[in-house]
Design a protein around this ligand. Structure first.
Ligand code: ZN
Length: 393
């Protein structure tokens, strides 16, 4: 028992030292000892190991406060990398991401109408390609996937677009690549990405990230930790019904869900319906790019459709503000291309539907990571499991 405890403590100390170097660049051994409350000898021993394992290096001398100048230590950003996958509805993307969220390799494959076993093969193809071209030490696979996910056991419970039900994606990939795999909902991954790499203000502890794209979902961060709820399903706001009477059918089987009112699919469908009624004939399918152009050219009907979508999102935000009182709300996903006018519709409706006292300090803005948010979030979560970074022996 004693030996096990010692081993455990040693591991904890290693994590503590590594995290200290990770969080603050350019530290001396003495500073680490001061911050971690470990003895200088313990810190020295651990640092020697971390240098031997290639995770940390000495980068020169710091300024002295009397006496010998201390040697400064720094994390080697590329020493370990994470394979990261974003299984979006129309394309799968993958990246090799280093410990600081820098993308070293990137590849993407369209998956139009590909699903089931075929879609799984596309995921293999991306991972195979990345592993082949990567020169880095890869320590894990982080995945953001659409739909209901059980993060604990790596199961995709239900991803409608991909036709995946109860798919043990985590264990399938672990078996194939002999790496730990972490699967989470794409919106939850995006939230982690924006928290770690997207926020200018790194003192923000609570954050809600809403992805409004083909689908709609949210990731909720409380005290810098992802809040997943009892079933990993926290933030599934896209399938809450907002229009019971006369709502359009949703892919979940219900009618009038938020997704049928405020997603990319919803605005495209509405624009298409309108164009067919106006010109009373089957017109060519409207694309999101067409819609964006018409929107910014000031096309009144299109503006109404898009801003109406924004107003429904505003109601959803009002509910979240009421439930969580979280001051930072970030939007990501394809709908963000409609920019400030769309965001203003969201803000205005939020103001009408929630308590003014709660709304006045709430900042609603567009995320800074663009379409890399899911991949960066999935990799950030892997990288924060420091145990994975140590050399196994
Ligand atoms: Zn639905």
């Amino acid at each position: 028992v004693q030996k096990a405890t010692r081993q455990h403590t040693k591991e904890q100390n290693r994590i503590l030292v590594l995290r200290t170097i990770f969080d603050r660049q350019n530290m001396s051994r003495a500073e680490i000892a001061r911050i971690t409350h470990l003895t200088r000898t313990t810190v020295s021993d651990i640092v020697s190991e971390l240098i031997k394992e290639g995770l940390v290096r000495e980068i020169g001398l710091g300024s002295s406060i009397g006496g010998k100048s201390p040697i400064l230590l720094s994390l080697i950003d590329d020493s370990r990398c994470i394979l990261s996958l974003d299984l979006a509805y129309n394309r799968f993307s993958g990246a090799v991401v280093n410990l600081r969220g820098q993308i070293k390799e990137y590849t993407t494959i369209p998956i139009n109408d590909t699903n089931g076993e075929e879609a799984l093969k596309v995921a293999y193809e991306i991972l195979d390609q990345l592993i082949k071209s990567s020169k880095q030490t890869l320590v894990g696979i982080g995945i953001g996937a659409p739909g209901l996910i059980n993060t604990q056991n790596g199961y995709i419970i239900n991803a409608v677009n991909l036709d995946w039900q109860n798919l043990p994606l985590g264990s399938i990939l672990t078996e194939r690549y002999h790496l730990p795999v972490y699967v989470l909902n794409d919106c939850q991954a995006a939230a982690m990405g924006e928290l770690i790499y997207g926020m200018q203000d790194q003192t923000v502890d609570n954050l809600i990230v809403i992805r409004a794209g083909h689908g709609i979902g949210a990731g909720i961060i409380i005290n810098r930790k992802l809040f997943q709820g009892d079933n990993s399903g926290a933030g599934e706001i896209g399938h809450v019904v907002y229009m019971r009477e006369g709502g359009l059918p949703c892919r979940c089987g219900n009618f009038g869900c938020l997704e049928t009112l405020a997603s990319v699919r919803a605005v495209l469908q509405r624009a298409q319906l309108m164009s067919e009624t106006t010109f009373s004939e089957k017109s060519t399918p409207i694309t999101l790019e067409n819609l964006e152009q018409a929107f910014f050219a000031g096309d009144n009907a299109i503006r109404q459709i898009v801003l109406e979508a924004g107003r429904y999102l505003g109601m959803a935000v009002a509910n979240l503000v009421g439930a969580y009182n979280i001051h930072h709300i970030i939007f990501t996903g394809e709908m963000t291309r409609f920019g400030e006018p769309w965001l203003d519709a969201i803000r205005e409706t939020m103001g009408q539907y929630a308590l003014p006292k709660l709304v006045q300090d709430t900042i609603v803005q567009i995320g800074r990571l663009g379409d890399k948010d899911v991949m960066l979030g999935a990799s950030a979560l892997m990288a924060s499991s420091y145990q994975l970074l140590f050399t196994k022996n």
